[in-house]
Design a binder for this molecule. Sequence first.
Ligand code: EPU
Length: 427
Amino acid sequence: MECYQIEGGIPLRGAVQVSGAKNAVLPIMAAALLTPEPCVIRRVPDLSDVRLMCEILTSLGAQVRLAEGTLTIQAPNLEGHADYKLVRQMRGSFCVLGPLLARLGRAHVSLPGGCVIGSRPIDLHLKGLRALGASIAIERGYVCAEAPRLAGAELFLGGRAGTTVLGTANVMMAATLAKGVTLIESAACEPEVVDLAGFLVAMGAKISGVGSPFLTITGVNELHGAEYEVIPDRIEAATYAIAAAATNGEVAIQNARPDHLHAVVDKLREAGAEVERQGSALLVRRGPRLAPVDVTTQPYAGFPTDVQAQMMVLMTLAPGISIITERVFEARFTHAAELARLGADIVVEGPSAIVKGGLPLSGARVMASDLRASAALVLAGLVAEGPTLVRRIYHLDRGYVSMDEKLRRLGANVQRVPEPPEELELC
Ligand code: EPU
């Protein structure tokens, strides 16, 4: 295993290129299973999650080739069994269920299991597919779904925490090959869902209402191959924007989609950062002083849960009290205790974290627990005085393309080094 060794205190300066969006490319890869014809996907980020998805598609019988950011997928013959060994490693892989069911009339996909940010149920995915006529049973840890031909239906995908991103993806993909019209109410509006719909339309699907909570999908008999370019990763862009403000630097975040980042930019400005939009780039620098802000995560177009941990780091630097409320996932504060190891004062009370900002951060050994928490620890390490060691960075490699290299190009002192042996944990 490797870790990041960071020597903090250097303001980031320069330009960073945003890679393709992880959460857009994963469902798009699954959608390629809806046709026997070849699909070509461009601007594919080089991430371990993408490589795992390639492995899953291959295990289902697809031919998959990834070279220099371009992915070619062709699935003339498919198996309907997605194995636990692969699916449990990444929840995004569960979105093969809809395409397999639509294409083969049956699917046998492992339940993904919970993860460190919450229990992450799949009831809404199943509700939506049942509404399309699938009979579904859970047997020995697998979702066993059958439907000789799915049929269009009206269905509602709202749940406890609002709608569901991958649930919308699963049902939308299945509905493209259903007989008749499907109306999804309370569909997810995230740019990644819009991107998936764009790919499906390029394959010959009929979808309207994209980007709104009301999707209408008119089923077609078959889809064809397509070429498509994935959107830039708004979460990666937001992470570098916060890093610029946190380190008191000045960074041009290039090749981004500023129109996907309104909620983040709004909070950054409220927190005292200066953010300028220059075409597809965002120029971010710290203003004269940082101010505390209250942030509540919400489905798009609200403040993204995937940026909550990184924003918490910025709030540890703003003198005063910030309240960060997590409304999407019930357990997404594991980074708070690790940030405390660097000297931050954060108290978690139910769904909120109360951050008393303005204390100096000092480097320490910290442990990454999930993807975005890891990014937050790296940002904190960039600010802290002295060396920080962020362990278990395999989480970071799931969602950030060469983060160490990108940060070094901005002047940071970050090295990827072998992880030192575990020390005895004392209690
Ligand atoms: N939910 C249900 N029932 C369901 C599905 C979801 O109650 O059937 C609940 C969840 O427990 C959660 C809320 O609905 O409280 C939202 O979950 P959602 O289904 O939207 O999350 P997801 O689709 O599993 C995707 C991203 C996450 C991102 C969320 C929210 C991918 C591969 N993952 O997950 O990304 O946080 O949407 O925007 O697209 C990340 O990249 O670090 C990450 C976790």
